[in-house]
Write a protein that binds this ligand. Structure first.
Ligand SMILES: Cc1cc2nc3c(=O)[nH]c(=O)nc-3n(C[C@H](O)[C@H](O)[C@H](O)COP(=O)(O)OP(=O)(O)OC[C@H]3O[C@@H](n4cnc5c(N)ncnc54)[C@H](O)[C@@H]3O)c2cc1C
Length: 478
């Protein structure tokens, strides 16, 4: 449905044909006569990763919320992925191993609310989305580099793009979705708007990844996530994909180096993961070579804070905010932004750029802050440290410690880290009470164990089934 467009050619251009650009193009196709995506990379017509996307060679998680948001942009996507063999996780405790801040959450305990996650490889996910976008009649994709947007100083607006062969293409709206290396801040400065403020946190993450064939039947899990902790600056992720191969990533935070070879990954797994998973990994056969990737700094360009922005260009996806990859949120944020774009366009094109910048900031803020607290307090990252980060992280540690043996708390936590529920909602007093009671039980059990010198097991601290009540589901994350 096209609304409120008084523009000249009704043509929108998208710079970059990765996930953010594809999501934007899908939304724009309902509002513009024509949408052209310019992508510098070759776009394969098979479900494989492409060279411009190095992250596709590493663990690349699709959050449960991201799957929901993508489905709302591309109805039928999830069913098609399942038909193509993409593994699904549904309320199945044996399907996930998840550890955060040194605590394994709700091991083996059934989840009480609805939790569904999908585990496509990055190449497969992008291919599914790309096929859908390319089948939209008014969307086309051209393999070409955009040199820069065309700016008209008289109207202080962007009126198209200049391609690397010198051709100029007119457009009513340009979406800048060229990723974290976006040059929009430079162009804005050249055009006299100044640069946006850039919030940064030096996370010093290095990935080392290996695809592995693990004999069938050794692991029931399809997703293994073990975050780094303060006293343990390495973590791991393992995802089982549609091609029957595991992608296994070991990572270091705060400039800690991950292992350099498969033997090193297996040795790290023995210190971080349950024995059945590390043994299965050791029994596996590496497929192809190891891949490495450095991600030094997470960035948020605050276009929402600029006094003035040119009309005719909107920054999108990682070009606005590039988050710590170990949290696996980038695709979810791009899909959320696409739904913001739809809402903003539905309200008309007046002041579109500023309205979208504000909506994007509202969506990004809670995620940026949650990650910042964890990065600064737990992962040794360098960046601004407001006084309240420490106390907040202290409470978080208490909560996540109690969640280890309490499925209700574990689920509350998992739904938030999956962005299914709003990060702004603090735990209700009922859950805080559970966390305190549970931690007191754990503390008593530990004291008893020390006094008896035996193993008055932490089992005695597991919350009895009768106390497992339905968690309150709160509003989705913005
Ligand atoms: C190591 C790593 C791990 C990650 N892990 C996860 C994860 O587990 N889960 C998750 O959700 N997210 C993850 N992310 C982030 C996620 O991949 C991105 O958020 C997602 O790809 C959306 O990014 P984007 O489309 O904005 O940019 P990108 O994916 O970077 O794509 C930008 C595109 O623009 C093209 N381009 C650039 N310049 C031009 C130009 N001048 N002309 C034409 N084309 C151009 C590029 O070729 C590229 O295709 C990870 C990122 C990294 C780096």
């Amino acid at each position: 449905m096209r609304r409120n467009l008084q523009s000249r050619s009704h043509h929108a251009v998208v710079i970059g044909g990765s996930i953010a650009g594809l999501c934007a193009a899908r939304v724009l196709s309902d509002h513009f006569d024509r949408v052209t995506i310019y992508e510098r990379d070759e776009l394969p017509d098979e479900p494989v990763n492409r060279s411009a996307i190095p992250q596709g060679l590493h663990v690349h998680l699709l959050m449960a919320r991201g799957a929901q948001e993508l489905e709302s942009v591309f109805p039928g996507l999830l069913a098609d992925m399942v038909d193509a063999g993409v593994p699904v996780i549904e309320n199945r405790p044996e399907s996930i191993h998840f550890s955060a801040a040194g605590h394994v959450l709700g091991t083996g305990q059934q989840m009480l609310g609805e939790f569904t996650a999908y585990v496509p490889s990055r190449g497969h996910l992008e291919w599914q989305i790309r096929n859908r976008v390319l089948s939209i009649p008014n969307v086309s994709v051209a393999r070409q580099v955009v040199s820069q947007p065309r700016f008209d100083p008289a109207t202080r607006s962007v009126t198209g793009v200049v391609l690397d062969d010198g051709e100029t293409v007119a457009a009513d709206l340009v979406v800048e979705a060229s990723g974290r290396g976006s040059r929009l801040p430079v162009w804005l400065e050249e055009w006299g708007f100044g640069r946006p403020r850039e919030d940064q946190i030096q996370v010093g993450v290095t990935y080392a990844s290996q695809r592995v064939h693990i004999p069938e039947g050794l692991i029931a899990e399809k997703m293994v996530v073990c975050g780094a902790a303060l006293d343990r600056p390495r973590g791991m992720g393992m995802l089982f994909h549609e091609d029957g191969i595991w992608i296994v990533t070991a990572f270091g935070v705060a400039k800690t180096e991950p292992p350099r070879d498969f033997a090193g990954i297996c040795a790290l797994a023995e210190t971080l993961l349950p024995p059945h998973i590390s043994a299965a990994l050791r029994a596996g056969d590496p497929v192809g070579k190891m891949n490495f990737h450095r991600y030094p700094t997470r960035k948020w360009r605050r276009y929402d804070k600029m006094a003035e922005l040119p009309s005719g260009i909107i920054p999108f996806g990682d070009a606005v905010a590039s988050l710590n990859p170990t949290f696996g949120q980038g695709v979810t944020m791009a899909a959320l932004q696409a739904n913001n774009l739809r809402a903003v366009l539905d309200d008309g094109t007046d002041n579109l750029v500023a309205r979208l910048a504000k909506a994007t900031a509202r969506t990004t803020l809670p995620v940026w802050l949650m990650n910042a607290v964890a990065d600064i307090e737990e992962h040794g990252a360098q960046g601004p440290r407001p006084w309240w980060y420490g106390p907040l992280f202290g409470l978080f540690k208490q909560f996540v410690g109690a969640a280890e043996t309490d499925p209700v708390l574990a689920e509350w936590f998992l739904r938030r880290t999956s962005l299914l529920d709003s990060l702004w909602v603090v735990p209700p007093p009922r859950l805080v009470g559970r966390a305190i009671r549970n931690n007191v039980r754990l503390w008593r059990a530990e004291r008893q164990r020390m006094h008896t010198g035996g193993s008055a097991a932490a089992h005695s601290a597991v919350v009895p089934a009768a106390e497992r009540t339905e968690p309150t589901l709160s509003t989705p994350a913005e």
